[in-house]
Design a protein. Structure first.
Length: 273
């Protein structure tokens, strides 16, 4: 027996027991997801913030000296939380959908399925990565708007809850889209025909009180509405719906979406077949 073999024998290596939850694997995958979007921060963080600011500037310029108000708050203050949440939601969706599509496209999906990670751990890490990107975009946007305007915080709980719940909802939807999509055109279709319209038609740019009695009930069936309405309340104190209904809707919907994403991954839908 040579010296190297003797050294290995002396180490008395034992198989690692992972236990109920693989925290090391989960942390590694989550760190990878965060590092992936932070490495190209100019595209994933700076660009969305600039786009959000441009929306604000265009509306501000369009109104000029004519200052509208919604309830007792100035329209531009009413608009800002909606723009921020819209940016958070879209980026949370893009983070998980694009990451999954890229791994399917270049064949690295096998590197995700082979390690000793459960389906629950994979979904959790991927979704949390999308939430992280949404929250970073939101945080930078909020700091920027506070520097540019009189924007303040009315209720921090509602700001944080809807920021996390909204980002989770879109991140999970992005994960499901990444599993379902067979090419990048499919993810673009979901963005263009589902995510963007539902965001724009959720009260981002207007109060639902401005809608007719025919259209108001339809908006209340849009989960994006509760995401933005609660987030806006956290900053302005203005709300269009029952806050408790919004909290329950977001919580229940996130549980349902997460379960569906978990079942899709566990079944190997469009991955193993």
């Amino acid at each position: 027996m040579n010296d190297y073999s003797a050294h290995i024998k002396d180490l008395k290596l034992e198989p690692r027991t992972i236990g109920f939850f693989n925290w090391i694997g989960f942390k590694t995958l989550l760190t990878k997801e965060v590092a992936r979007f932070m490495k190209v921060y100019s595209q994933t963080i700076v660009a969305p913030v600039i786009t959000t600011i441009l929306y604000y500037l265009v509306f501000n310029l369009a109104f000029g000296e004519m200052r509208r108000s919604v309830g007792e708050i100035e329209y531009m203050l009413f608009l800002m939380p909606g723009l921020i949440m819209m940016a958070m939601a879209q980026n949370a969706f893009m983070n998980t959908s694009s990451a999954f599509m890229i791994s399917k496209y270049d064949g690295s999906i096998i590197d995700l399925m082979m390690p000793p990670l459960s389906n629950f751990e994979i979904v959790s890490a991927k979704v949390l990565g999308g939430i992280a990107r949404g929250l970073v975009v939101g945080f930078v946007s909020v700091i920027t708007f506070m520097a540019l305007s009189d924007m303040g915080v009315h209720n921090l709980f509602y700001v944080m809850f809807h920021a996390i719940a909204g980002s989770m909802m879109l991140s999970t939807m992005g994960f499901m889209t990444g599993i379902w999509a067979e090419k990048f055109d499919h993810t673009a279709a979901v963005t263009n025909f589902l995510v963007t319209p539902m965001t724009f038609l959720s009260g981002t740019f207007y109060s639902i009180d401005q809608l007719s009695d025919k259209w108001q009930p339809l908006v209340l069936y849009n989960p994006f509405f509760y995401m933005i309405d609660g987030f806006r309340y956290g900053f302005t104190g203005y709300v269009d719906s029952d806050l408790m209904v919004g909290l329950v809707t977001m919580a229940v919907l996130n549980i349902i979406l997460f379960y569906i994403a978990y079942k899709m991954l566990k079944s190997g839908y469009k991955i193993k077949s």
